[in-house]
Write a protein that binds this ligand. Structure first.
Ligand code: BGC
Length: 370
C-alpha cells in the first residue's frame, strides 16, 4: 500500500513509498483493528519533521511514515474487540506507552521518559497511509454526525488536555469563576481554542499577527462571538487596558517571547497555558522582578502541556458535537485546503510551507472518500 515517509534529519525528504498493508493480527491479544484512512491533517509538526528539525524513525527503519492528525473507518476487527465494528468511524490517539510510571498507568501523555513513542512523529509509523492497524485501546469512536469535521479532533485534544489541566490546577481555589480569556495565535490550534472557550462561556479575545481586514481567521473568531486583534497594532499587555486582565491565557503562537507579555497580562489567580513546541534558540530580556512579583503577589499560575490521552479526545468529541449544534458550519470553514490522494503530498507541503500566501487554516489529505 501507499504511504508518505520521510528520512528523519534529512531536509525535504517527504516521498511516496510502498509498504506492506498492516494486519489485525499485528496487534496482540486479538485487540487489533484495521482502519482504512479517510483523512489525515498536516500541521507545523509535519513541516518541522520534513524540515529535518524533529522526528525519529522506528527501530530497524531508516524512514518514518508521517501523519498524526487522523480520521478513518474500521475495515476489520480482531476477535477480542467488542467496542468497535466494521464501518465505524474512528480517530486514533498519538502517543503510546513507554516505560515510566505514568506510562505504566496509561498516562503516557505525562511520560517522564526522554524517549517517547508517538505515531508519525517519534519511533512509530504514522497515519499518512492507506491503512493502519492499531489496538482498540487507542481508538476513539466518532459519531457519524461529526464525521466531516473529525479530522480536527487530534489538534483539539491538545487543547482539551490544556483546559482540563487548568481546571484541575485551579481547584487550588475554593471557587474559580473565570470570565475572560485571551488566545494567543489564531491558526488552526488557536481557532479550536477560541471555540472550546466560547463553548465554556468565556468572553474570548483572539490575537494573531495578521491584520484583521480580509483575514478569514479573524472572521471566524468574530463569527463565534470572540474578538480579534492584530499584535502588529496592539500588544497583549496593552490589550488589558481595553479588555481587562485575563483569567486564562492559552498560548499557541509558536513565538516564545510573547509568553512574557502574556505573563504580565494575567489577572490575580489567573492561569497561563503554554502549548507551543518552540525548537529554536530565541533569547529575550524581560522585567524579571516585576513578573516574578506579580506571580507571587497575585497567586498566578503557568504550566506547559503536551500531547493528549483518551479522556481528552473524548472531551473533544463532545465539543465538536456541541459546536456543530451551536455554531453549525463553523468548524467546516476551518477545513480550507483538502488535497486529494496521498500522491499529491508535494502540494500539501507546498501549502504548509506557504500557509500565509495560501490563506490556509487546515490542510489535509483526503486519502479516501468518506
Ligand atoms: C502532536 C502531539 C505531540 C506533539 C509533540 C504535536 O503536533 O499533536 O500529539 O505530542 O506534537 O511531539
Amino acid at each position: 500500500m501507499k504511504a508518505i515517509a520521510v528520512t528523519p534529519k534529512q531536509k525535504d525528504s517527504a516521498r511516496l513509498v510502498e509498504i506492506d498493508k498492516p494486519n489485525v493480527a499485528d496487534v496482540k491479544d486479538g485487540r487489533g483493528v484495521l482502519v482504512e484512512v479517510l483523512r489525515v491533517g498536516a500541521c507545523g509538526t509535519d513541516r518541522e519533521i520534513n524540515n529535518a528539525e524533529y522526528g525519529i524513525a522506528p527501530e530497524g527503519f531508516d524512514f518514518l511514515v508521517l501523519g498524526h492528525e487522523n480520521f478513518g473507518r474500521v475495515a476489520e476487527v480482531g476477535e477480542s474487540v467488542n467496542e468497535l465494528a466494521v464501518g465505524d468511524f474512528v480517530v486514533a490517539t498519538v502517543r503510546r506507552p513507554g516505560h515510566s510510571f505514568y506510562d505504566r498507568i496509561g498516562e503516557q501523555d505525562f511520560t517522564t521518559d526522554s524517549e517517547y513513542f508517538e505515531r508519525g512523529i517519534s519511533r512509530l509509523h504514522g497515519y499518512m497511509a492507506e491503512f493502519y492497524a492499531e489496538s482498540a485501546d487507542f481508538l476513539i469512536k466518532i459519531p457519524p454526525a461529526i464525521k466531516d469535521v473529525a479530522v480536527l479532533l487530534e489538534p483539539l485534544s491538545i487543547i482539551e488536555k490544556g483546559l482540563k489541566q487548568a481546571s484541575d490546577i485551579q481547584e487550588r481555589l475554593k471557587i474559580w469563576r473565570p470570565k475572560t480569556a485571551a488566545v494567543l495565535g489564531t491558526g488552526s490550534v488557536g481557532l479550536l481554542t477560541v471555540m472550546a472557550l466560547r463553548l465554556r462561556g468565556y468572553e474570548v479575545h483572539g490575537f494573531g499577527r495578521n491584520e484583521r481586514e480580509g483575514y478569514l481567521n479573524a472572521e471566524l473568531c468574530e463569527a463565534i462571538g470572540a474578538t480579534y486583534d492584530s499584535t502588529a497594532e496592539i500588544s497583549v499587555q496593552d490589550s488589558t487596558k481595553k479588555y481587562g486582565e485575563y483569567d486564562l491565557i492559552f498560548e499557541c503562537t509558536g513565538y516564545s517571547p510573547i509568553v512574557f507579555d502574556a505573563m504580565q497580562s494575567l489577572n490575580e489567580n489567573g492561569v497561563l497555558i503554554l502549548s507551543s513546541v518552540t525548537g529554536g534558540d530565541k533569547t529575550v530580556e524581560v522585567p524579571s522582578d516585576r513578573i516574578n512579583q506579580q506571580f507571587v503577589l497575585g497567586n498566578r499560575a503557568m504550566f506547559g502541556t503536551v500531547n493528549a490521552n483518551r479522556e481528552h479526545f473524548e472531551l473533544g468529541v463532545k465539543d465538536l458535537a456541541l459546536c456543530e449544534a451551536m455554531y453549525a458550519g463553523w468548524l467546516a470553514r476551518m477545513l480550507t485546503h483538502p488535497v486529494e490522494g496521498l500522491k499529491n503530498y508535494e502540494k500539501v507541503f507546498e501549502i504548509l510551507n506557504n500557509a500565509g500566501e495560501y490563506k490556509a487554516i487546515k490542510t489535509y489529505f483526503e486519502v479516501n472518500k468518506i
